[in-house]
Design a protein around this ligand. Structure first.
Ligand code: ASP
Length: 675
């Protein structure tokens, strides 16, 4: 009997191992747990005497007790040879069943193999385990036994053992699923979002959310326990504030009066400094009604921080320490201090205020080399007072196909109305020969020297006013990196985390919709650079600010500033330069007048940070219940319509746009999700 079983088992094991996700499993939770298991160095040296010993024990990071208070003795994923002979009770979901002989049980911790008893006396147990559909929840009790020799599965952390079941209980049966939960089965994102609670069962989502939780925990530890920050909640029902992102409006029962959801706790955190709280932080939910934008969510989370009596360097060192302390232990450690570029340098070298510094291809001004050029559009640009010629050198750019270069030129023409010229100063291939021949030999050697061009490099040239030429090349730099990576080159090492501070932003930018007016580059509470204060009254557009952004691998993951703590200066900036209604901010202006300390702060975008750390393709993959691209909750159908009688207490009437019959009638329709 046993030998027959074994031969079946072998076949099953062979089929099970590649697909059960055990490879991923073998590392994910243990990677997370490693973070828990080391005592913090800071605490260990206290371990003298019994009181300090208690302190040490309670402060050490330990492996959490996953099975306290619940109806199991162990988790599926934790069992090893060291548990052999133990009687265990496990609860989990049925991941697989093979030929009614084995069942693989899954919980958040991992997978374990359960042997379905074949004896007559165990008919009831067999019936439960053989009939329950996949993804049903069961509780099994039995003994941990070794797998027969040669049948261990080294790819499964629990692969040396299996469970010999004595009793089984079906806790809840699973109906037909909209998709298979297993990670390797591909699903559309709309379906995943519609059945998010099922999607969350995947190991990938479990990993992302648990890593997020662990990093936040360490951040709290660092801020509160090591640096004396106070975790304070601020209101989410607030009022409209000037000069920032668009806010969501919440009706109130008072006619014509509305709350707004705060785009950030900015005013409150400054008021907390006026209130003498000294060091504030919050894992803060923020809301911005900015419409659909890739990698943005209408509600998102910030690690929001404010400190009194601090300068820019103080904030930067705090954040570097915070990231270093909370960084997952399975990644390369964070090296501090982070490099820093001014806004002007970032724009000149990378064409953006959030440069991806994992690779080179910096923008170089080649105006002087091409001063006497005969190429028409370059000549044109250089004849204008602000005209420049700029270039990037794409190393190994000859890997790009002709059609890639064509698409790059088209992109520049379509999006920036800008001409871009590829040249191959060293390569024998010369696809753009007519123009290339217009580049004189001394210009060619000048370029090679200035840009350190090698054999397989391609140079992209463009011309025009500094900012525009840099912006185009900044975009093309990223575009080329994507194209080269699609051709198999690795430009951006996926294990590399390249942090960068960008500082000395302008205090104001011309308004997009009306360039004659100014708007804040960060927000209106940002202090001007001390050396530029006088310019506020003469040439405000030239004033630099004490605003700093933190960039990681080309994404902005944080931003903050030293604040204005002088009410007069704040009033002048709001009323005179930004033309805002100061009445809306009278509470803040008044507070600044009552002995506000100098203060500054920063907010880190938690979703984006975790997305980069986990390598997730979208921020939606690190949020438990995200909104779709259109801002909808596909699971519950929010936002939803309300019947007119429910709007009455808020003194609101919907003014339906023309052709909205369908929307109107959807008031009484069952929900049908976006696809
Ligand atoms: N409140 C700002 C933001 O959300 C961050 C800050 O200045 O601290 O961007």
């Amino acid at each position: 009997m046993r030998s027959a079983c074994i031969s079946v088992k072998l076949g099953i094991r062979e089929r099970l191992s590649p697909s059960c996700g055990s490879n991923m499993l073998s590392c994910w939770l243990s990677r997370l747990c490693r973070g828990f298991s080391t005592p913090t160095g800071r605490i260990t040296h206290l371990s003298r005497g019994s009181l300090s010993r208690t302190l040490v024990l309670s402060s050490q990071r330990r492996i959490p007790e996953f099975s306290s208070f619940v109806a199991r003795t162990n988790t599926c994923g934790e069992l090893r040879s060291s548990h052999l002979g133990q009687e265990v009770t496990l609860c989990g979901w049925i991941q697989y069943r093979r030929q009614n002989i084995f069942l693989v049980l899954r919980d958040f911790h991992g997978l374990v193999q359960v042997v379905i008893p074949q004896e007559e006396s165990a008919a009831a147990v067999r019936k439960i385990l053989c009939e329950a559909p996949v993804e049903s929840v069961v509780r099994v009790s039995g003994t941990v036994i070794s797998r027969p020799p040669g049948q261990e599965n080294p790819k499964m952390p629990t692969g040396e053992i299996e469970i010999k079941v004595k009793t089984a209980e079906l806790l809840n049966s699973c109906k037909k699923l909209p998709f298979e939960v297993k990670d390797f089965v591909k699903k559309t994102e709309a379906l995943r979002l519609q059945y998010r609670y099922l999607d969350l069962r995947s190991f990938q989502m479990q990993y992302n959310l648990r890593l997020r939780s662990q990093m936040v925990m360490k951040m709290r530890e660092y801020l509160c326990n090591l640096h004396g920050f106070v975790d304070i909640e601020t209101p989410t029902l607030f009022k409209r504030t000037p000069g920032g992102a668009k806010e969501f409006v919440i009706p109130s029962r008072e006619p014509g009066k509305f709350y707004c959801l705060p785009q950030s706790p900015q005013q409150f955190k400054q008021l907390l400094m006026v209130g003498g709280l000294d060091r504030y932080f919050q894992v803060a939910r923020c809301y911005r009604d900015e419409g659909s934008r890739p990698d943005r969510q209408p509600e998102f989370t910030q690690i929001d921080i404010e400190m009194s009596f601090v300068d820019q360097t103080g904030i930067q060192r705090l954040i570097e320490g915070l990231l270093q302390y909370s960084w997952p232990s399975d990644k390369d450690p964070v090296v501090v201090p982070f490099p820093s570029l001014t806004f002007a340098e970032a724009l000149a070298s990378y064409g953006t205020d959030k440069p991806d510094t994992r690779f080179g291809m910096k923008i170089i001004d080649i105006s002087d080399v091409l001063r006497n050029t005969e190429v028409g559009f370059l000549q044109d640009a250089l004849s204008k007072p602000q005209g420049t010629v700029k270039a990037i050198c794409i190393s190994e750019g000859t890997y790009l196909k002709r059609k890639d270069l064509e698409s790059i030129r088209k992109f520049a023409a379509d999006h920036f109305n800008q001409e871009v010229l590829p040249v191959f100063p060293k390569a024998s291939r010369n696809w753009n020969s007519p123009v290339a021949q217009s580049i004189l030999e001394e210009q060619r050697s000048g370029l090679i020297r200035l840009m350190e061009i090698r054999e397989d490099d391609v140079v992209l040239l463009t011309a025009g006013e500094h900012k525009k030429a840099c912006s185009v090349l900044g975009k093309l730099r990223l575009e080329c990196a994507d194209l080269l990576e699609a051709r198999g080159l690795v430009l951006r090492d996926p294990t590399l985390f390249s942090f960068l501070w960008v500082v000395d932003f302008p205090l104001f930018l011309p308004k997009e919709e009306n360039p004659g007016e100014l708007e804040s580059a960060h927000h209106p509470f940002t202090a001007p650079h001390p050396s530029d204060i006088q310019l506020l009254y003469t040439e405000p557009e030239k004033v630099r600010s004490q605003h700093y952004d933190l960039v990681l691998n080309g994404s902005e993951i944080g931003g903050g500033s030293i604040r204005i703590h002088d009410a007069e200066l704040q009033r002048y900036i709001l009323a005179t330069l930004l033309k805002e209604d100061v009445k809306l901010l009278s509470h803040l202006l008044q507070a600044l007048d009552f002995g506000a300390p100098p203060h500054g702060g920063i907010a880190l975008g938690l979703d984006r940070l975790i997305c980069l750390v986990t390598g997730a393709p979208s921020i939606r993959d690190v949020i438990a219940f995200p909104k779709s691209f259109k801002g909808h909750d596909l699971m519950s159908n929010a936002p939803d319509s309300l019947p007119p009688e429910e709007l009455k207490p808020y003194h609101i009437q919907v003014s339906w746009p023309a052709n909205s019959e369908a929307e109107k009638s959807s008031l009484n329709q069952p929900y049908c999700p976006e696809s």
